[in-house]
Design a protein around this ligand. Structure first.
Ligand code: ADP
Ligand code: MG
Length: 338
């Protein structure tokens, strides 16, 4: 018995000379929600289509320990135990919400199951409405209810919140995530929104140009990115040239900074997150000038230009106007990438 709901190895899909998915390995531990995160066009949807069996490429795909694609084997989509939720899910327009949810079910308890799923997604009141009588967010919840009703081994969600307005997105996201968690459903959720991925997933898979850069918890990909792409794509901050000069020390435009003790000597880049840049007393750090500041509620994000033109970002609780002269220093250990 495997502990992986999804184990995909060496996925490749070419469209002519474009390699949309380039030797990608993707895994979803059973019961976890994993975000597949990357910029638009990096191969996320293509990967989902391969896993669902809607498209075919190279590599091996196992779902709940059973090979569904690989070598001569190709299990059809409906036999893979996979549920799909898309950006705009299509409900049957002539069936009410409850009938949409019970559509794929068999047996006497299908109506009861549908009611249970609607309750799980917080849309029990909408059971008798027609699809055109509910909002986009409610349609997405109904689509997930319909998918979960069939108890799939793995749910694949492709940017399911992308078309919802910001005010609604968080609520729908929480309802849908809650339903996945309460049912212990394994899910692979595609998003290009890094804050969304970090906020909701147990694990994040970072993808760019068809290739997987990193698998890790949100904390790991944020604090210990494996390469420059991941460091710049995930979270705020800047990446500056650095040289590791001794055990746990690197020199940068901001002076000497602490890095992991085992970091090999030589040229690299230091990842400076806003929370690792602090404003210090004049003269106590490196001189800079505030070029922009954003109010964020609890704090302000400051963009600061250093004397040599390097831009860094800092988070501070006080107001600093553009043009103000400040002094900055690096606090704590920072990540380095090559
Ligand atoms: P994402 O979902 O990450 O935005 P896609 O998986 O949709 O990216 O696309 C990855 C790459 O493959 C893009 O360069 C896209 O143009 C290309 N692509 C996707 N589908 C097709 C297709 N049917 N024919 C040709 N190229 C495609
Ligand atoms: Mg896509």
């Amino acid at each position: 018995m495997t502990d992986l709901a999804l184990d995909a190895r060496g996925l490749v899909r070419r469209y002519g000379s474009v390699v949309a998915v380039d030797h990608a390995d993707l895994a979803v531990p059973r019961g976890e929600v994993v975000a597949l995160l990357g910029p638009s066009g990096c191969g996320k949807t293509t990967s989902l289509r391969l896993i669902a069996g809607l498209d075919r490429g190279e590599g091996t795909i196992s779902i709940d320990g059973v090979v569904v694609s690989g070598g001569a084997k190709e299990v059809p989509p409906e036999k893979r135990g996979v549920g799909l939720v898309f950006q705009d899910s299509v409900l049957f327009p002539h069936l009410d919400v409850a009938a949409n949810v019970s559509y794929g079910l068999r047996g006497d308890d299908r109506d009861a199951t549908a009611q249970r799923m609607l309750a799980l997604l917080g849309i029990r009141d909408l059971a008798a409405r027609m699809p055109h009588e509910i909002s986009g967010g409610e349609q997405q919840r109904a689509a997930l209810a319909r998918t979960l009703a069939t108890e799939p081994a793995l749910v694949l969600l492709d940017e399911p919140f992308a078309h919802l307005d910001a005010s609604l997105r968080e609520r729908v996201r929480e309802e849908m995530l809650g339903a996945l968690r309460r049912t212990g459903t394994s899910a692979l959720l595609v998003t290009h929104d890094q804050s969304e991925a970090l906020a909701i997933a147990d694990r994040v898979i970072v993808m760019n140009a068809g290739r997987i850069h990193q698998h890790g918890t949100p904390e790991e990909v944020y604090r210990r990115p494996v390469d420059r792409f991941t460091a710049e794509f995930i979270g705020r901050g800047v990446v500056v040239p650095a040289r590791v000069t001794g055990a746990g020390v690197a020199s940068t435009v901001l002076g000497e900074v602490a890095v992991g003790a085992g970091t090999p000597a030589g040229e690299c880049f230091a990842v400076l997150r806003p929370e690792s840049i602090e404003l210090v007393a004049p003269g106590a750090g490196i001189a800079g000038r505030v070029v922009r500041s954003w109010f964020r509620g609890g704090d302000r994000l400051l963009r600061i230009e250093l004397a040599d033109g390097t831009l860094v970002e800092a988070s501070d609780s006080a107001w600093h106007a553009a043009g103000e002269r400040v002094s900055v220093a690096v606090r704590g250990e920072v990540a380095v990438v090559r």
